[in-house]
Design a protein around this ligand. Structure first.
Ligand SMILES: [Zn+2]
Length: 206
């Protein structure tokens, strides 16, 4: 996670495509109609609360409050106990981000395209995750993006729950469950990052 990856768009895209190939066999759960089944979980328990196995620092792309890239920076992981997360998050947000839950379609705050440009950040640790310029109308009822704001800021995990292999997307810094990525998105990546609104906060930019 702390390698020498470059931060240019082509590299990012290449990594995304490599990740796609590596995940061959991943099924789009329910196709475009589904991000995941409402109320499902990936089988993680509150006991682990999406705590990463590796607790060392991470390298993420840092964006300031004006949305400007400050560069790749090493930051400590954000690790809390389940009790600490529960104190910080609402019950619903805790379930989605720390227990890999899924909000019901068309109920989240961000499934409609925003009226102005902005960045979406992690609700748990404020890491920048998506630029609204990459958001598209998927019709799924979940906010959908064709790429993360930076490949360093999200991590992929193989998710084999419910007898279906999917690729889970989590926050690099705090391991929050964000959603899944599917291969039926629009160009330029052909990917659809299907996110839970509850895992995000939107920050409008001027
Ligand atoms: Zn986070």
């Amino acid at each position: 996670m702390t390698d020498q990856r470059h931060d240019d768009t082509n590299t990012t895209r290449r990594r995304l495509l490599v990740g796609t190939l590596a995940g061959a066999g991943v099924l789009a759960f329910g196709g475009l109609s589904g991000c995941a089944r409402a109320e499902e979980t990936t089988g993680r328990t509150a006991a682990n609360a999406n705590t990463p196995a590796d607790q060392g620092p991470v390298t993420i792309a840092v964006y300031d409050s004006d949305g400007r890239l400050q560069g790749l920076q090493q930051r400590p992981r954000v690790i809390h106990t389940p009790a600490e997360w529960r104190a910080q998050l609402s019950r619903a947000v805790y379930h989605i981000t720390r227990e890999s839950g899924t909000e019901r379609a068309f109920t989240g705050a961000y499934y409609k395209l925003p009226s102005q440009h902005g960045l979406y950040r992690c609700v748990c640790c404020d890491t920048a995750l998506y630029d609204s310029a990459t958001q598209f109308h998927s019709g799924t009822g979940w906010p959908s993006f064709y790429q993360p704001i930076n490949a360093h800021n999200v991590v992929e995990h193989r998710d084999s729950s419910f007898g279906v292999t999917r690729t889970e997307i989590a926050c690099t810094r705090c391991a929050a469950h964000l959603g899944h990525v599917f291969h039926d998105g629009p160009q330029p990546t052909g990917l659809r990052y299907c996110m839970n609104s509850a895992a995000l906060t939107f920050h409008p930019l001027r």
